[in-house]
Design a protein around this ligand. Structure first.
Ligand SMILES: *[C@@H]1O[C@H](CO)[C@@H](O)[C@H](O)[C@H]1NC(C)=O
Ligand SMILES: *[C@@H]1O[C@H](CO)[C@@H](O)[C@H](O)[C@H]1NC(C)=O
Length: 189
């Protein structure tokens, strides 16, 4: 049977309180001050997302192949792509680059061609240079307007929430290359 050794127990307690002296003080101090936020604002902007799988410099790579079964043959269910796509202010690929969309999409529907998208918009010019927005949502690509939630952001977009509306500008059925217009509505401080 182990004996309870009082002096040893006391010295362990003493050591612990020396090691973590701030813990108790922090909770007892009552000195936490609420941080101030600017008034919240709604920002709207739009850009074009270029997802290119063909050619010598693709920006979107198939990283999971469709599993060999019938569901996947008809809807692509199970395919996953990783992308690092340029965002431009006009539909032309050589127009001004505003940033990049980095993330992945997977074909997540067994009944239609429907994506789950998870991506960051990384802005590299102007006022929002260095700030990011994160989008996560369902994208049934053959619907005219697809809406996905903006679930957060960084930099000037801290605390961001909102939505994007995606509409296909051009789609090449042979290569899968696509240009999509993104219209972004975001609340932030
Ligand atoms: C896949 O489709 C083929 C042709 O329609 C059919 O013969 C086969 O049984 C199907 N397989 C499954 C697993 O449904
Ligand atoms: C964006 O920010 C980076 C890092 O601060 C800087 O190097 C770059 O020149 C900026 N780009 C523009 C277009 O302002």
């Amino acid at each position: 049977m182990a004996h309870f050794h009082l002096p040893l127990a006391l010295s362990i307690l003493a050591l612990l309180s020396l090691t973590f002296p701030a813990t108790g003080n922090y909770w007892r101090s009552g000195r936490q001050r609420p941080l101030k936020l600017e008034p919240e604002k709604l920002t709207h902007f739009q850009f074009y997302w270029h997802d290119t799988q063909s050619g010598p410099n693709p920006t979107s790579l198939n990283i999971v192949k469709p599993p060999p079964n019938n569901v996947s043959l008809s809807t692509g269910f199970g395919i996953v792509n990783m992308f690092d796509d340029p965002l431009t202010d006009r539909p032309e690929i050589d127009s001004r680059v505003l940033g990049r969309a980095q993330g992945l999409y997977g074909l997540a529907s067994q009944n239609e061609i429907g994506l789950i998208m998870a991506m960051s918009f990384v802005f590299t010019t102007g006022r929002y240079n260095g700030s990011t927005l994160t989008v996560l949502g369902r994208n049934p690509v053959f619907e005219k307007v697809r809406e996905m939630p903006v679930i957060g952001g960084s930099g000037l977009f801290r605390f961001a929430r909102g939505y994007v509306q995606a509409t296909t500008h051009t789609l090449n059925m042979q290569t899968g290359d696509v240009i999509v217009k993104y219209s972004v509505y975001v609340l932030h401080y």
